[in-house]
Design a protein around this ligand. Structure first.
Ligand code: MV4
Length: 459
């Protein structure tokens, strides 16, 4: 058995991902420190960590986002590394910097690479330079509306204005013709300034009915990169993913190998290390175009784990400790079967508004090919202060149909009482002929309920 790479890891997150990191640490023989807000005193990450420190009140800005509070907890407990999970401080370059100067190893990419990936048009330029296909658009930030009109003349309408500091669908505006440009350009800059404190925007050709496909990568600090296939994440509502699967039912095998080979080189070229996700849009012709990089472990990482047999969180920890990828992977990566994830959120079935509250009854499905990642328990509370993810229901089958059938029966047997959840919606999606055939785009969800098809990229 491998000697433990760190003695103690601080888990700078909550909920299911904090538990997920604790599981990986336990299996590696690493002690764990949980941090928690006053609202999370009775959460399972606090219970299952070796030590736990309260870092502030329920409001995230005063606890899970409070850099001095988190760093103090790591110093007090003498943690030698920190795992940020997803959300919160996970893609905050300044936080990664503070960890490093405080002698706490940040389990993720370097601060410089996090910063580069966070400036969306710079990430776009870097990927383009490395040979990754991008959509036609501006070569960086647009300073004036006249510049935007010039680029638009070259690439044609419709196009989309995106915030340089945006991502995940925030701060986007569609432009259908030159007449729209002045108003949309001004509003996009204003919104970007208000939301991100930076008015910079750039332009891309707009894809009307894309699919969202993302590639998982792992890279060590010695220049070795592995691309672990893709995840299909097209089924989303208001930029919240609902279902993810691997492999994608729509990606041609030839395109998968070509993009994987290009990404291996691109990841090396930008100096990316640890786990990351490279997002693409697929257009109506089935071609892929880079949109952004997520410099963190993602919610949907389990579907990649299910088809590769790898533990991505363990891999992150070992890579951060300096372990070469060859040792982390222990042989060639192989892919088998098909995996699907359904996100179970605490939300109202009609309005999709959050539905926090106390869980009064719970039955988690199990059995062959079924995995549930959750921090929920009977009498536990889903807090209104944080995101509404209650559980990730993940199935694996030898093929897509087997994974689908397992998901259907697992959703039938999944019981949550005391709060409303997305289980009924997921059951309806899993019965939909277009979902079953694998034939869908980002407009798919509009058929499910009147308020279902929201799109932050308003025109
Ligand atoms: C786009 C697009 C169409 N054309 N970019 C939304 C999430 C963010 N990561 C990128 N997004 C989009 N970017 C161009 N050039 C449409 C979307 C989009 C979308 C993408 C994937 C899945 C669901 C979506 C819902 C609305 C808009």
């Amino acid at each position: 058995m491998r000697s433990s790479p760190f003695k103690k890891v601080l888990v700078a997150n909550r909920g299911e991902i904090a538990l997920r990191v604790i599981c990986a640490c336990k299996e590696l023989g690493i002690r764990t420190v949980a941090v928690y807000s006053e609202a999370d005193r009775y959460s399972l990450h606090v219970r299952f960590a070796d030590e736990a420190i309260c870092i502030g009140p329920a409001k995230s800005t005063r606890s899970y986002l409070d850099i001095p509070a988190v760093i103090s907890a790591a110093e007090i407990t003498d943690a030698d590394a920190l795992h940020p999970g997803y959300g919160f401080l996970s893609e905050n370059a300044r936080f990664a910097d503070v960890c490093e100067v405080s002698g706490i190893r940040f389990i993720g990419p370097s601060p410089e690479v996090i910063r580069l990936m966070g400036v969306k048009e710079r990430a776009r330029a870097a990927m383009k330079a490395a040979g990754v296909p991008i959509l036609p658009g501006s070569d960086g930030v647009l300073e004036t509306c006249d510049e935007a009109l010039e680029v638009a003349e070259r690439i044609g309408y419709p196009l989309i204005i995106k915030a340089s500091a945006g991502g995940g669908g925030r701060g986007m505006r569609i432009v259908n013709g030159a007449a729209d440009m002045p108003a949309q350009f001004a509003q996009a800059r204003q919104e970007a300034q208000a939301a991100f404190g930076c008015p910079d925007v750039y332009l891309e050709k707009y894809i009307q009915a894309p699919r969202h496909i993302e590639f998982q990568v792992l890279a060590d600090g010695q220049g070795h990169v592995e691309v672990l296939g893709e995840r299909e994440c097209t089924i989303q509502r208001r930029h919240q993913k609902l279902i993810e699967e691997s492999p994608s039912p729509s990606l041609r095998p030839e395109l998968r190998s070509r993009v994987s080979a290009t990404l291996r080189e691109a990841v090396k070229a930008v100096g990316y290390t640890n786990a990351g996700t490279v997002e693409f849009l697929m257009d109506e012709a089935g071609d892929l175009y880079f949109i952004e990089v997520n410099a963190r472990i993602q919610v949907e990482h389990p579907v990649t784990e299910m088809v590769t047999g790898l533990d991505l969180v363990k891999a992150q920890i070992l890579i951060a400790a300096g372990c070469p990828l060859s040792e982390v992977l222990d042989g060639p990566v192989t892919f088998s079967g098909h995996s699907i994830e359904c996100r179970i959120n605490a939300e109202h079935p009609e309005t999709f508004a959050p539905s926090p509250g106390r869980i009064t009854a719970l039955n988690l499905p199990g059995g062959i090919g079924v995995r549930v990642d959750t921090a929920a328990y009977v009498d536990g509370v889903i807090s209104p202060f944080y995101d509404s993810l209650v559980a990730k229901l993940v199935t694996k089958g030898r093929d897509r149909l087997e994974a689908v059938r397992r998901m259907q029966r697992a959703l039938e047997m999944f019981v949550v009482e005391g709060i409303h959840t997305s289980i009924p919606l997921q059951r309806r999606i899993l019965a939909d002929p277009d979902f079953l055939s694998g034939d869908f785009d980002t407009n798919f969800i509009k058929r499910f309920g009147p308020a279902a098809g929201g799109n932050a990229a308003r025109s």
